[in-house]
Ligand binder design. Sequence first.
Ligand code: SER
Length: 318
Amino acid sequence: MAEKILILGSEGQVGTDLAATLRDKYGKDNVVCSDIKPAIDEKLDLGPYVELNVMDRAALEAVFSEHKPTMVYHLAAMLSATAEKFPRKGWDLNMEGMFSVFDACIDHKVKRVFWPSSIAVFGPNTPRINTPQNCVMDPNTIYGISKLAGERFCEYYYEKYGLDVRSIRYPGLIGWKAKPGGGTTDYAVDIFHQALIQNSYTCFLKEDTGLPMMYMDDAIKATIDITEADPSQIKIRSSYNLSGMSFDPKTLSEEIMRQRPGFTIDYEIDGRQKIAESWPTSIDDSAAKNDWNWKPDYNLETMVAEMLKQLSAMGVGS
Ligand code: SER
């Protein structure tokens, strides 16, 4: 049977890239995009789009009935920094949204579901270097708590209802097609925009705050690979550790300076520092490598080159 794919949260940082890749692969009419934002006329040529709030179960039900998806990517969520400002709203969206989608997937016998987790499931008691798949977690942000709870429900829905959910713990994601919103790792995207606009950047994290990061093309590859892997390859039913590269703001700025002489950075630390310090600096993703052959393509140098090239081509800074 031909696949019919539904992306929830298609206008977000991951959704924008994922939709483009899946539409190339499956044909635009076989990938239905949806987000809480109204449809934009120019984008409707790219393929079907539905304005949808995932919290609205009746509306979600109608979308499932009409489009009959075989695979669902549920990306709608509130990220770490915003959820700290609106804790109750963040919790409700991240958890209730997940329940609505998982329940609809069961009712409509959806074959596969992808649900993203995050490095935010780890906390201050977690070993920070080469963080293992299984270890003390104790997240202390609303976002992290909702993601850890969500991981437990991924496993629960698989065991109890046979729902084939797949999940990875995204590191900070760096891409040029869409900007992130409300995350702690967002500096690593904004820095490229500011580098091209004014050749300088004011960073909200301290220079030595190491975090796990990944170029968006690698994240999209991992997302599609795990979702399409044979069920026998998926041995972890909560969420897989995933690693691309690790760096701190100073190291990133030095690579940008190398590729763009004259670039300067300074620092004005805000509340996101505390969130970043509670997360790992690097991740052990050997389970993903062993189970479904995960391998990233990008390192710091190639990611920086690609970001500067693609954003320049889009006209940023000119
Ligand atoms: N990039 C996310 C954030 O900063 C972490 O998953 O919130």
